[in-house]
Design a protein around this ligand. Structure first.
Ligand code: MG
Ligand code: ZN
Length: 214
């Protein structure tokens, strides 16, 4: 019985996600659902990404957090359109939450919309919101066991950004294990190693991103 209820919730979500997707396609905007644990560096990666790409691409952002507008304020400081969603306790964004805020964004004037999901390695991967692709950020400080412990997120993502590589000298993280386990789960996964603190590796990520739309 419980399984049936969950299935129905996901089916209803997928229908709304499909409507969102049509709106995105009509507006000609490419949409990325950015996921990762709290503190992985999702917002900092967004700041780096926007700074690198905003001269070539018109970028908008939806920020998802349980409470607060700190992330939207950081993104707004870069002079791009941003909307903050507060889920009020829910640990992921769903298609309906996205649908409700789309009227607050100039979709037709955007090339790229990045949706920063609630910090969580589990259920954001289960909910489509109408995106073209999912991507995830994993901080190397989270440990090399994460791909095998949270496989769905690695399977659902098209890109994996391994952040905080500047801290590698202080960590025992086995990067080969992270890479190999991630690719075992998802053979087509694009992996980027970056430091949002010093900017290393950001180039290859942003070059790949800008190539997606063409
Ligand atoms: Mg954030
Ligand atoms: Zn959740």
């Amino acid at each position: 019985m419980k399984v049936k209820v969950v299935t129905k919730i996901l089916e209803a979500n997928d229908r709304i996600a499909e409507e969102n997707r049509k709106r995105f396609q009509d507006a000609g905007v490419y949409v990325i659902n950015l996921m990762g644990a709290p503190g992985a560096g999702k917002t900092t990666l967004l700041e780096r990404t926007i700074s690198a790409l905003k001269k070539d691409l018109r970028i908008g952002v939806i920020e998802g957090d349980i409470v607060g507008a700190d992330d939207a304020e950081r993104i707004g400081a870069l002079n791009v359109p941003v909307v903050q969603i507060n889920t009020g306790g829910a640990c992921h964004l769903d298609a309906n939450m996205i649908s409700e805020v789309l009227g607050h964004l100039p979709l037709r004037e955007l090339d790229l919309l990045i949706i920063e999901n609630v910090g969580n390695l589990v259920c954001p991967a289960e909910f489509k919101v109408g995106e073209d692709m999912k991507a995830m950020v994993l901080s190397i400080t989270e440990g090399h066991d994460k791909p095998l412990k949270y496989p769905l997120m690695f399977r659902e993502s098209s890109a994996l950004v391994l952040n905080k590589t500047d801290l590698l000298p202080y960590m025992n993280t086995d990067m080969n294990k992270v890479r190999n386990d991630s690719l075992t789960l998802n053979r087509g996964l694009q992996i980027f190693e970056v430091s949002c603190a010093n900017g290393q590796g950001i180039d290859s990520w942003t070059t790949w991103l800008s190539g997606l739309r063409s």
